[in-house]
Design a protein around this ligand. Sequence first.
Ligand code: ATP
Ligand code: MG
Length: 632
Amino acid sequence: MTRFADFHARSIHDRDAFWAEQAQRVDWKVPPQQICDYSHPPFAKWFVGGETNLCHNAVDRHLQDRAEQAALIFVSTETDQEKTYTYRELHAEVQRMAAILQDLGVVKGDRVLIYMPMIAEAAFAMLACVRLGAIHSVVFGGFASHSLASRIEDASPKVIISADAGSRGGKAVAYKPLLDEGIRLSAHKPDKVLMVDRHLVAFTPVAGRDVDYASARAQHMDTIVPCVWVESTHPSYTLYTSGTTGKPKGVQRDTGGYTVALASSIPLIYQSQPGDTFFCTSDIGWVVGHSYIIYAPLIGGMATIMYEGLPTRPDGGIWWSLVEKYKVNVMFSAPTAIRVLKKQDPALLSKYDLSSLKALFLAGEPLDEPTAKWISEGLNGKAIIDNYWQTETGWPILTICNGVEKAPSKFGSPGKAVYGYNVKLVDDQTGEELTGANQKGVLTIEGPLPPGNLQTIWRDDQRFVNTYWKTVPGKLVYSTFDWAVRDEDGYFFILGRTDDVINVAGHRLGTREIEESISSHPNIAEVAVVGVADQLKGQVAMAFAIVKDSSGLLDAASRLKLEGEVMKVVDSQLGAVARPSRVLFVSALPKTRSGKLLRRAIQAVAEGRDPGDLTTMDDPAALQQIVDLIQI
Ligand code: ATP
Ligand code: MG
């Protein structure tokens, strides 16, 4: 087996040869003439001169060897539907969708906005767009009109594809009124809206604009729509970041680089092979859903499960029952989902036959040790592999590449820099590289960013350069805006976001470190720590915690007692300087729709300021609780 260190070094020092080899994992109509053009940093062009098609690589090319194999398994516990599409059937559905889009005037380079629940038609829609060279912009189905309107304006789509409704916890959530309002609020109007009618909620189509998918599909049962070959650098899609730290950024992705990056990740990171079954529990509205529900598993010739529903309905065993039923080999989820399951009966984990499962990958947020341990034990010691990445990168920056060389995971660490990523820790003040063990710095990536990473911010090259590449003094490097340390073995530990560092009387503390410490108290289920302005100390830490068992917390005295206990834990682990000035108990924490803690909003209200852009927030009541607590 190759040594990972050599493999990684080659990807950086012999970059073009390395990626030329990886590029052979995908089909090219015209092979690339140049592997990487980095003549205009920080803009990197990958596989220049090559022509390919993402849909061809995900669907068509498998028809020869695996036409009758499962490709897409749609499971909805919301509508009690289950349907498996073979590669042959998926190919037919994608062509039907593509034919409809063609009828609606969509050609290469046009934008198509997809505002849909987790149904098979959403996958057809994404694949049909890239088949035609159209650029999709998927907007998470939970977003309301205001967020939707700003994304419609930014993408200026010719066509929007939507549905009458999503469903959550068995209740229909109407999309159509939100969509109509979103279009009304937007300065840009789409020519057409293609409506998938699930018959969950009645709606009135807008005459001349809305097109019914079922009737349009019936016209195209046998229509053949060839893939449109596009340049490797042709954009495949745009997608927004989660908006955890501010206004979301519209990431633009290429075609060739993305296809190669995903194709390589399947064997090298996810240790999967054609014919395997992949179950990623994310949503197509997020980058993990784009890469690991739709594109990568299909590029890899696998079956992918697309799940609509909650992880706890009908009960907390639903995901494991799917692992048993579909013999899932690899699962991919998020720490936030595992924390939800942790509150369920642990017996649900041993009820099903999970012998097919090789590994569980988790991404999106720090994987705290108690959660990692809980799931690792629950899954009988199966590999739990943390992935650290961003919407911007499209695939992991840090993880353990067990497909290159087997290596142990360390709790609390996502692992090492992935091949292709020239990761450097730097001092944010001086820009100096930190090479020693356990030095805390900003995690940066030296250009060119590897294939699959963002090309730019959609329609805003300047914002791309200024946001990501201008923050480290004296250096043109990509900043992730996350703090990290690297241990003696080269394993990185993410300490939190650069704007989550607080300064208490001259001591710089990561809020995440304090959160980790508080979480180790046996009665704390989840906690958010923010820095709050303080006249004396500059800033002080303030903690908002959810308890596991609140039965003993009914009066102020018992709350104070627990607060004191938590403070003692922090004192003993990190020192009194990190001790939060208050530990307040809440029943929920404000999060983005993708499940990330909205620390900036908590911080703002804790300081009595306006919380700013909240369009990606999930549950406003959670923030209101904090507003109320602060006012007491
Ligand atoms: P925005 O950029 O709009 O503020 P966001 O950064 O939350 O939002 P995403 O691209 O969805 O948007 O999230 C990427 C971020 O999530 C990373 O920069 C990091 O802070 C965090 N993250 C992702 N995976 C991990 C992980 N495995 N461990 C720790 N943090 C992670
Ligand atoms: Mg970010």
